[in-house]
Design a protein around this ligand. Sequence first.
Ligand code: PLP
Length: 378
Amino acid sequence: MIPFNKPPFVGSEKQHILDVLGSGKISGDGAFGHRCQNWFIDTLGAVKTLLTPSCTHALEMAALLIDVQAGDEIIMPSYTFVSTANAFVLRGAKIVFVDIDPSTMNINADLIEAAITERTKAIVPVHYAGVGCDMDKIMQLAEQYQLFVIEDAAQGMMSRFKGKMLGTIGHLGAYSFHETKNYTSGGEGGLLIINDSRFIERAEIIREKGTNRSQFFRGMVDKYTWTDVGSSYLPSELQCAYLWGQLENAELINQDRLSSWQRYASQLCDLETQGHIVCPHIPHDCMHNAHMFYIKVADLAQRTALLDFLKEKQIGAVFHYVPLHSSPFGMQHCRFISEDQFTTQESEKLIRLPLWYGISTKEIDHICNTICEYFNKT
Ligand SMILES: *Cc1c(COP(=O)(O)O)cnc(C)c1O
């Protein structure tokens, strides 16, 4: 069986975890946590980065930081993971969905302006498959209408748009270190990226249960106390130790994934030329991180048949997302602006192929040959 995913593991994570166990401190914001956060500040050029237990939590922090009020409207694509929307629904927001661009599966930035009202508070672009949205257009709209931009860059670590790292272009950004992403902090984890210094102080307080404990530890105040709303948004040192092993090897992991992605692209290009499938398109302005290799087939029936065929051949291909506006909860709390021209139709065609750090060329070739076999027999 070729699994869909294997959690990234380089080897050095093990020793780092043992070091934490021997250190007598395993709670959050320890040595590895600080080391990871500094690595991100250096690598991203962000003003502040805060590790969180998940990307979901980083998005929840973002919603608190921009002070979302009941009835505020948040613009995003419907083709995304549930947390993109939930973080804002938790604060009472109304979610406004805009159609995607079928060539990238990202929000179509040209459709955003028509969705803006006087209640609009923020735009949340999702960089699907680690391929950047049209951030020039989105930032220009945000400036014109005084909106916040929160980048859901859960899949986007190490990717760039016009040379800028994803997650560093909007006011706030969020990464995920879930085991299915390119880098993991031991299964679950995330990062809040702060690009606007106005948010730094309050972000630290919200993350520390609404207290000014971070300032206390830095000697800036002489006691710590409850000053704001908040929650516990710190990962443990054990998670940070795992993540540090990945960050030390970030380029190794990136290059390995990129070469696997390239191999898929070159092995499957004949099927694309023959019109059987569509492969991912990387716009000129984007440098991607090979988060995902997907193919799109003719329709839902063909996707189901091909997934069954691959399963029979022991290949763990999968599909996702059911568009949020068609989900039971989404139907109550969200609305789709204008026409759903591509979101539903394109989501039904998409298949994600196995891709992880260390997948062999032999495995990729076998998967590609099996897909060719399917199209040759039908
Ligand atoms: C994975 C993912 C998330 C959630 O990440 P967690 O770390 O599991 O909370 C959010 N948005 C997108 C687009 C994702 O792919």
